[in-house]
Design a protein. Structure first.
Length: 98
């Protein structure tokens, strides 16, 4: 079940990944990177490009295909895409609570 704590962990993880240029270590993480990159691409192009490129590199190295975005939600990796986008944009702009 999704909670605010789990959402906060996801947002913190994605922001930290961008800041540290940390690559994904699993398919699930790569799928979240890819989705997050799409959510950030209009306002945070560099962050979005890093996340998308990192996910693509993971898929290529592992010889796997990304999950379709609806499957990322259906598999429980993200609970609410619109809410995640809002939280990510707030955090990327320096707001640490919501």
């Amino acid at each position: 079940m999704w909670t605010r704590e789990k959402e906060a962990e996801l947002v913190n993880s994605m922001v930290e990944a961008v800041e540290r240029q940390r690559l994904p270590t699993s398919r699930a993480e790569a799928d979240v990177y890819r989705l997050t990159g799409q959510l950030l691409k209009t306002r945070y192009r560099q962050a979005a490009a890093f996340l998308d490129n990192a996910a693509s590199a993971f898929y290529s190295a592992e010889h796997i295909s990304p999950r379709p975005y609806p499957q990322v939600v259906a598999d429980g990796l993200v609970s609410d895409v619109a809410r995640l986008r809002n939280l990510l944009e707030k955090r990327m702009s320096g707001v640490s609570s919501w």
